[in-house]
Design a protein around this ligand. Structure first.
Ligand code: SF4
Length: 92
């Protein structure tokens, strides 16, 4: 059975991100699970989008960030000791 893989362009944002109504549907926080060392700070700072698995590694909900969550999301990105978190805006 053929498998279709769809890609869309993603830009990585390193500066604090503000969200307007145009971005809301496509701005997400993502984790580089290879870089992550599982200390779990992110889940404490952004529990609305990040929970931890049984080993303490983050499980990120694939749900867009709302403007109300952006301060906490930016704080989580800044706090991650290994820079494993980033905020992405998908351009479709
Ligand atoms: S704060 Fe960074 S290193 Fe710690 S669990 Fe979250 S993503 Fe991983």
């Amino acid at each position: 059975m053929p498998v279709t893989i769809r890609y869309h362009a993603v830009s990585v944002v390193s500066q604090p991100v503000k969200v307007n109504s145009m971005d809301r549907e496509s701005t997400r926080i993502e984790v580089d699970i290879i870089a992550c060392d599982g200390q779990g700070y992110c889940a404490e700072l952004l529990p609305e989008r990040i929970t931890l698995d049984e080993w303490g590694y983050p499980i990120v909900r694939d749900t867009p960030l709302t403007s109300e969550l952006m301060d906490d999301a930016n704080r989580a990105v800044r706090t991650c000791p290994v820079n494993a978190l980033s905020i992405h805006r998908a351009t479709r």
